[in-house]
Design a protein around this ligand. Structure first.
Ligand code: XLS
Ligand code: NI
Ligand code: NI
Length: 441
């Protein structure tokens, strides 16, 4: 079977190539050069760029004020399996032309949900068989699968955290089918984003029971997949709100607590999304650092928010300075554990050309690539590392070193402070650090 279906959906667009920063070709990479080595790995290996099925193939731009605007030429067949195959053809044509290696999906991005669980499972199995053929005929792989347990009205009160056991069990069945699909496609990871796992009002909520039920549910999913031989990593994707007022996996720190509280630390890491970080009033780099500190920096959902809007606008990345700060954390913590960089991002509602989807992904990949190069340059060649080291140099020798190695007690601090008088005032030099970022970008 050919990699591409019979139909070509993105006509007139060929394979996107690296042409360097002096190229004026909008359909070429200016910074993302897949085989270029940076800090010991190729860019391709660092990033493992992935296309998100939901935004790229399914999102036609509908919002609360109007319907979709994008006339996608796939999925027009009234037979669900035929429509799903067309969508898969378009997906693989796009990924291959971009030169990416990966994709990510929710179960019902692949094919429409059917009226019954049994029929839905059959549909998923049919499209998975088709996707498997397409994977085998190309170099495209599945970075992660997940289950959409938030769109169907049955999940309006949550899935694993639902107050009704019948819904919890229904979600369990759906996750089992999504795990089976992920494993059948050799998915490298599996994601849990708790879309409606939270609450709207504490008045009608037993928070402790809901959270404990999520813990039980995640353990069941993990145990099942491990029994089936799944070797990949599970990720929790934190988000503070939207669609619920308060989501249980609020941010990286909260999710790490969930993972540890329910004994999941050997199997679970985090998938950090830029716009979710900013919704939680954090920076992207903060969330990456929190995850890295816990040894749980697993994967990234790449996008960006809007400085003025307080919701998940899921725009494509284009902020070089923000991404450079993130890449400093990325490089210094040894990259991602198991995951990659998934473009969980959508073109704007009025970006209606099919070409815009390419331009958006090219821009996103170039932003990450350029930021990686800058961050590497800063680490290798600027005063950044030595300034940072100098700031903490008091812990390198003498009593400071003894403190760090746990050899001092409070009485020792008392004795030291009594002897040394008022500490010297030492500048934090933030502006100098910021200037280095500017100078190297
Ligand atoms: C929504 C989330 C979602 C997850 C996968 O805000 O980002 O798209 O990545 O369920
Ligand atoms: Ni996401
Ligand atoms: Ni999101």
């Amino acid at each position: 079977m050919a990699v591409l279906g019979d139909k070509e959906y993105f006509k007139g667009i060929g394979k996107i190539k690296y042409e360097g920063k002096d190229s004026d070709n909008p359909l070429a990479f200016k910074f993302y050069n897949p085989e270029q080595m940076v800090a010991g790995k190729t860019m391709r290996e660092h990033f493992k760029f992935a296309m998100a099925y939901w935004h790229t193939l399914c999102g036609t731009g509908g919002d609360p004020f109007g319907p979709g605007t994008k006339n996608f030429p796939w999925s027009v067949d009234s037979n669900p399996l035929n429509a799903a195959k067309e969508k898969a053809d378009a997906a693989f044509e796009f990924i291959t032309k971009m030169g990416f290696d990966y994709y990510c999906f929710h179960d019902f991005d692949l094919i429409d949900e059917a009226p019954t669980l049994a029929e839905s499972e059959k549909r998923i199995q049919s499209i998975v068989a088709y996707l498997k053929q397409k994977q085998n005929a190309s170099n495209v792989k599945l970075l992660w699968g997940t289950s959409n347990c938030f769109s169907n009205p049955r999940y309006m009160n949550g899935a694993a955290s639902n107050p009704n056991f019948d819904v919890v069990a229904r979600a369990g069945a759906q996750v089992k089918i999504a795990l089976d699909a992920t494993m059948e496609l050799d998915g490298e990871n599996y994601v849990f984003w708790g879309g409606r796992e939270g609450y709207m009002s504490l008045l009608n909520t037993n928070m402790k029971l809901e959270q404990d039920n999520i813990g039980r549910f995640l353990n069941m999913a993990k145990d099942y997949a491990r029994q089936q031989g799944f070797k990949g990593t599970f990720f929790i994707e934190p988000k503070p709100m939207e669609p619920t007022k308060h989501q249980y996996d609020f941010d990286a720190a909260t999710s790490i607590n969930t993972i540890r509280e329910y004994g999941l630390q050997d199997d679970f890491k985090l998938n950090i999304e830029v716009n979710h970080a900013t919704l939680a009033q954090h920076t992207f780099q903060h969330e990456l650092q929190v995850a890295a500190n816990a040894g749980m920096l697993g994967s990234i959902d790449a996008n960006r928010g809007d400085y003025q809007n307080g919701w998940d606008t899921d725009q494509f990345p284009n902020n070089i300075l923000e991404t450079t700060e993130a890449m400093l954390v990325f490089l210094k913590s040894g990259g991602l554990q198991g995951g990659g960089v998934n473009f969980d991002a959508k073109t704007r509602r009025n970006s209606t050309d099919l070409e815009d989807i390419f331009l958006a992904h090219i821009g996103g990949a170039d932003t990450f690539a350029r930021a990686l190069l800058i961050a590497d340059n800063i680490i290798q060649n600027s005063a950044y590392e030595s300034l940072l080291e100098k700031r903490y140099s008091s812990f390198k020798s003498g009593k400071g070193a003894a403190f760090v190695s746990g050899k001092l007690g409070l009485i020792d601090l008392y004795a030291y402070a009594s002897e040394h008088g008022e500490p010297e005032q030492i500048s934090g030099k933030q502006e100098l650090f910021e200037n280095i970022l500017n100078q190297y970008s």
